[in-house]
Design a protein around this ligand. Structure first.
Ligand SMILES: [Zn+2]
Length: 65
């Protein structure tokens, strides 16, 4: 039997989070679209190796402090 408590609303929200976190972000240091989520809140640039601690599901850092 299917679980009725997991409706369309929950699925859409999960899709949105998944899209946000699997998307590539541009690096504030080398300006390339090479930042990927390593784990919850940790983002790493594959090009210059920069690591950023930020939001768990999306990157909000636009420039280096
Ligand atoms: Zn970089």
């Amino acid at each position: 039997m299917r679980a009725p408590r997991y409706g369309v609303g929950v699925r859409n929200r999960l899709d949105a989070i998944y899209l946000l976190r699997s998307k590539k972000y541009s690096c504030p240091r080398c300006k390339k679209q090479s930042i990927k989520r390593v784990s919850s809140g940790i983002w790493k640039c594959k090009r210059c190796g920069l690591e950023i601690a930020d939001n768990a599901y999306s990157l909000t850092v636009k420039s280096l402090r």
